[in-house]
Design a protein around this ligand. Structure first.
Ligand SMILES: Cc1cc2nc3c(=O)[nH]c(=O)nc-3n(C[C@H](O)[C@H](O)[C@H](O)COP(=O)(O)OP(=O)(O)OC[C@H]3O[C@@H](n4cnc5c(N)ncnc54)[C@H](O)[C@@H]3O)c2cc1C
Length: 512
């Protein structure tokens, strides 16, 4: 998956929250996928209560034990909210055995490789987000990417630096760069981006395909089919949605940001989670409870009761003055008591899609000096990532990822354990054809790991952002706030972090 810059240059101008003006190492390392077994979602035990209707017990909380805040859900957003509240009496509860959500990693032969989110967007030096990453020491570990290190894999051929080298891309590159620098379509819309409100509304209501059909800039020159395939690949990789399904405003917001540089960390965005978790645990150990699913959040006498279930069916209840719900909204709708019907209606309109991430373990390095590329054409795998790109001391081995964004109709098959062998075989064939030009031999590929995410990312359909749908779905209650990638419909780390910081600030104000 590729990167997008999110509001980083515009935050100060837009008067947004000031930070925007632009556990240990094992914390985000889940049990590694074994032969014939998927890693990723550990959803089955929670389905009993939240999907299949098994009854939930709500035992009494420990008398007198009242937390300042409980954060529910340990993806990037939940961990970031906990990090911001780490000086308080805070508890983070996560259903999986390890925190990180879709930002987790595995390790093979010393190579840390992401099994979900891989890149963070470039930040402006001195911006609040840049300061946040530096506070965590991430600047000492990340590697900046550039266009030169991005490739196109097409027909067994590898084209390096295609934005500059390929005639189908150069005219559009200039146009996109100019939009990125001077007219970046911001989310939320501020009116300071060089687009009028009417243009914003029209673009958000249009699908990205129709907008692109108007041609490049004022010249009206049509986009070449190869370039359109790359933009489609990008959108499917980033949102699990093709050009025709996606708000043009959101698609352009993400795609332009990808024209800038990104930062890649060993193990991908799992490293951001690890560094926050170290500091949470350092402030006071024992604040992260993993392997317990939250099954009910209910208000009681101006406080909140949070009930959890473990895989062996044991329930516990905790009491807090405030709650941050960092769950996907469709899960929050089943867990939080008393959500108003209008809010439930908004949540029901947010679509999430599944994702399969493949990691091939190679006995030799096949792609030195690139961090990834688009895999074209006619391939369900949209792009390829090179894990050792971020490694400071690369070994002679390699871990290459292939990303397979799926439709809702494919979720059933992905969640069946016996689909593993078929997808594994499909991935082996895909590696063989994509890397044909690198003289890959079948014996170079030692193993293929598969990771599945049942509800990986939300995607903003035409009109959903400007209608205020995502804000309506995230409406807080007294003493309870929501955060996460579906807070504004743009699924990336910047959204998860921004919404978490805002939720934590609201908790602090509420408790002061
Ligand atoms: C394959 C893939 C690649 C991606 N690549 C990138 C990338 O390169 N860069 C980028 O910026 N973004 C990427 N993304 C987007 C990514 O989703 C966001 O960046 C971000 O990690 C989302 O964090 P989150 O905390 O909002 O959600 P999640 O990571 O989904 O976290 C939600 C958490 O809630 C937990 N949970 C759910 N139900 C319960 C319950 N009942 N009780 C307790 N806990 C519960 C889940 O287990 C999970 O830990 C990618 C996504 C996918 C799927």
């Amino acid at each position: 998956m590729n990167r997008r810059r999110f509001l980083q240059t515009l935050g100060a101008a837009a008067g947004l929250a000031p930070w925007l003006a632009r556990r240990s190492l094992r914390a985000s390392q889940p049990p590694t996928s074994g032969e014939g077994r998927y890693s990723g979602d550990e959803a089955s035990f929670i389905h009993r209560y939240l999907r299949d209707g098994d009854s939930v017990e709500t035992p009494q909380p420990e008398p007198g034990r009242i937390f300042d805040a409980i954060v529910v859900g340990g993806g990037v957003a939940g961990v970031a909210a906990t990090y911001k509240l780490r000086d308080m009496d805070v508890l983070l509860i996560e259903k999986d055995r390890t925190i990180g959500g879709v930002s987790k990693k595995e390790v093979w032969e010393g190579i840390e490789y992401p099994i979900g989110a891989a890149y963070i967007g470039g930040t402006d030096p001195g911006s609040a987000l840049d300061k946040f990453y530096r506070e965590l020491g991430l600047h000492k570990e990340w590697r900046k990417t550039s266009e030169q290190e991005e490739a196109l894999f097409t027909g067994g051929e590898l084209i390096r630096d295609f934005w500059k080298n390929h005639p189908d891309f150069t005219p559009a590159r200039e146009y996109f760069k100019q939009l990125l620098e001077n007219r970046y379509p911001d989310i939320p819309f501020t009116g300071q981006s060089g687009w009028s409100r009417d243009q914003y509304l029209a673009m958000d209501r249009a699908n990205f395909s129709d907008w692109l059909a108007r041609g490049i800039g004022k010249t009206g020159r049509p986009y070449p089919p190869l370039l359109l395939s790359v933009i489609d690949c990008y959108c499917r990789a980033a949102f699990c949605a093709g050009l025709k399904e996606l708000s043009a405003w959101a698609g352009l917001n993400f795609f332009l940001a990808d024209m800038g540089s990104s930062f890649v960390l060993p193990g991908g965005n799992a490293r951001v989670v690890e560094r926050m978790a170290e500091r949470i645990e350092g402030a006071k150990p024992g604040r992260i409870v993993a392997g317990r699913a939250v099954v009910r959040v209910a208000a009681k006498n101006k406080r909140w009761l949070v009930t959890t279930a473990s895989a062996d069916g044991k329930f516990s209840t905790y009491e807090a003055r405030a709650v941050v719900v960092a769950l996907p909204k469709f899960v929050a709708a089943r867990v939080v008591d008393g959500i108003p019907s209008a809010q439930l209606g908004a949540i029901s309109q947010i679509r999430t899609r599944p994702y399969l991430v493949v990691n091939g373990l190679f006995r030799r390095r096949l792609l030195p000096d690139i961090y990834g590329g688009y895999t074209l054409p006619g391939n369900p795998f949209t792009d390829l990532g090179v894990a050792e790109f971020a490694s400071r001391s690369p070994s002679g081995k390699s871990v290459l990822a292939l990303y397979y964004p799926m439709t809702e109709a494919q979720r059933g098959k992905l969640l069946l354990d016996d689909s593993f062998a078929g997808f594994q075989a499909q991935a082996r064939t895909a590696f063989q054809s994509i890397l044909a030009g690198q003289r890959m031999k079948p014996e170079d590929l030692l193993d293929v790991k598969l990771t599945r995410w049942g509800h990986a990312v939300p995607y903003p359909r035409p009109g959903q952002i400007s209608s205020g749908l995502f804000e309506a779905a995230s409406k807080p209650a007294r003493g309870l706030w929501y955060c996460g990638q579906d807070s504004d419909g743009t699924p990336c780390i910047e959204t998860a972090l921004q919404s978490a910081f805002e939720a934590a600030a609201s908790v602090r104000k509420h408790l002061s």
